[in-house]
Design a protein around this ligand. Structure first.
Ligand SMILES: *[C@@H]1O[C@H](CO)[C@@H](O)[C@H](O)[C@H]1NC(C)=O
Length: 225
């Protein structure tokens, strides 16, 4: 309770927040309003990536498009971008602004789900996993993600760190955001989904994550249902 109070105090200063602990902290981010301002900026531990895996959990009742995860560099606003399309069963994964559309995705309202996206410059292949269900592998790009990265949750970066649109904002809850600089093997993606053991992200680690809150985004205890 004390650390929760401390977090709230820090939060009001709009400062950098470090959630640090050796284990699952049981915290989630709540995005309670549709705005074109409220967002969270995550600070990655490294630059120049030849591969990426991003995994996160979300809970929402949005039926319009929104951004799950957006990584921008000065040259590419969608350098690694997971995006919910208007169609209920379609999710896009963009790398270096190259759009890939994945159909038959089991996006559901009012249920905690996990989403993971992987990409690797060696093969150029992208794959999406929703609740542990894989997509087809599709070719995107063999070019590294390079340049200073801005990672945003809650808003869609139409330009580097900005040009937000409320019609693409996220409303709901997000938790367990991890990012790796390699393609996480399927058994670890499955373990992530089931909350079993997996190697925490080495670019973003939810249990030891540095982030900055702008506007009305709240940290709450995770609800284990
Ligand atoms: C791409 O990224 C990998 C992994 O970080 C690195 O080893 C390689 O040198 C990079 N390639 C270029 C052209 O920057």
């Amino acid at each position: 309770l004390r650390s929760a109070l401390l977090l709230v105090q820090i939060l009001e200063c709009d400062d950098v927040i470090l959630l640090d602990g050796g284990q699952d902290l049981g915290k989630m981010l709540v995005f309670p309003q549709e705005t074109n301002t409220a967002h969270v900026r995550l600070t990655p531990s490294r630059q120049n990536l030849g591969a990426v895996t991003v995994c996160m959990r979300y809970f929402s009742d949005l039926t319009r498009p929104f951004t799950f995860f957006g990584l921008a560099t000065p040259s590419y606003n969608n350098d690694f971008h997971i995006f919910k399309m208007p169609a209920r069963d379609e999710i896009n994964v963009d790398v270096r602004n190259i759009v890939l559309n994945f159909k038959g995705q089991d996006y559901q309202l009012n249920r905690w789900q996990s989403v993971c996206g992987t990409w690797d410059a060696a093969s150029g292949l992208v794959q999406l996993w929703v609740d542990g269900k894989p997509s087809s592998m599709k070719f995107s790009t063999e070019s590294n993600i390079s340049g200073p990265m801005i990672i945003v949750l809650g808003q869609d970066q139409d330009s580097y760190g900005g040009s937000f649109d409320s019609g693409r904002s996220f409303v709901g809850m997000i938790s367990d955001v991890h990012m790796w600089d390699y393609v996480l093997p399927p058994h670890h993606i499955n373990n992530y989904r089931r909350k079993f053991t997996f190697p925490p992200g080495n670019v973003l680690n939810w249990n030891l994550i540095e982030f900055q809150i702008v506007g009305k985004v709240l940290i709450q205890e995770e609800q284990h249902l």
